[in-house]
Ligand binder design. Sequence first.
Ligand SMILES: *Cc1c(COP(=O)(O)O)cnc(C)c1O
Length: 469
Amino acid sequence: MRYISTRGQAPALNFEDVLLAGLATDGGLYVPENLPRFTQEEIASWAGLPYHELAFRVMRPFVTGSIPDADFKKILEETYGVFSHNAVAPLRQLNGNEWVLELFHGPTLAFKDFALQLLGRLLDYVLEKRGERVVIVGATSGDTGSAAIEGCKHCENVDIFILHPHNRVSEVQRRQMTTIFGENIHNIAIEGNFDDCQEMVKASFADQGFLKGTRLVAVNSINWARIMAQIVYYFHAALQLGGPARSVAFSVPTGNFGDIFAGYLARNMGLPINQLIVATNRNDILHRFMSGNQYVKETLHATLSPSMDIMVSSNFERLLFDLHGRNGAAIAGLMDSFKQGGGFSVEQERWTEARKLFDSLAVDDAQTCETIAEVFEQTGEVLDPHTAIGVKAARECRRSLDIPMVILGTAHPVKFPDAVLKAGVGKALELPVHLSDLFERDERCTVLPNDLKAVQAFVSQHGNRGKPL
Ligand SMILES: *Cc1c(COP(=O)(O)O)cnc(C)c1O
């Protein structure tokens, strides 16, 4: 499989190189040159497979030529073996024909484990073969950092540095990062905000001199391997609900558009999906595009669903690329005007094309709490605030009651106790067994000033299993 850039000016890469790449050299994002397409009979024949075997069938075409089948199977079996639920991604019924796909049974209790557990293992496999080491520098406002550290903690060939804003992530989220020890794991608390952390990561990709030749790898959802891993659970859910003979609809709590883009790809690979709902919080740039064809940056608001607090959605560029007939020059132009003027709209027929599949809703904090309370009353289930936004949007935007509606359950409610408390759900939430002593564990973290040079010096001092690069 070959991968091309959404801006048309970077060299095509194979899977291995895409895994190790960040942005393409032209500033674009990598996508498969040709998407695999499965027949209905083929998809139907996968019903009842264990999750890792389904994952093998769905992802195999993407890694062909880079990873032999037997090795890939083994990696997948290990990856999904660490999830605490036998079904890996169980479906739970809320109402008639309304389901939550629980994606929070991984080590860090959010859906990001599906991709980052795999990414860590793939990196180590490829690097071992090449005899190389890499450094990861990533920024997090919460979920990505812990999932990336969990995914990479056993990697022999990776040193991971995760930057989080000092005193600005929840205690559960911080402890999920800082209580994991290893010579190759480095938590840095920056005396600044999340944007400061993200800017430092960007600047480090732009100027890598401090790495003395060691390669820098991205762990945010611009990394293709993350999107790839997320395609699988759309197949998994649909197969349990009568697919592919029957269509299914999905409602997806959305920030950077990575998770829902995987659903769009599943549909293009042959899975009958009749509707994808973009569910956002008050940071609603995607809702404003879907409802009014305006992609315009606005100020950032802190919400009860912090993992969706974004101003722009990096993966949206991948959808725009398809909507523009995969014309890289057109995307480069759009992104340029976005950078200069802060916004754009697309031609009417392209927008209409998107709306055939996508609907959207923006849900504020008050509605989020109302939905948590409502679902608790109806079912006894406690939803996390991100999932609650998905449920609200599903109920408002659903096109057909005959088609099963699946809401992606993106996080476990115990990660976001503030929202659950505000919703007035009086049920004490307990940490799952593997995290039950989280609040007693020792923490390891280095506080650094909001200064790029200080951070880069720290990375080069510790980037080789704690020793200098
Ligand atoms: C990351 C995250 C999201 C948003 O997913 P995107 O792929 O960025 O759209 C939603 N919910 C939770 C809990 C998350 O951690």
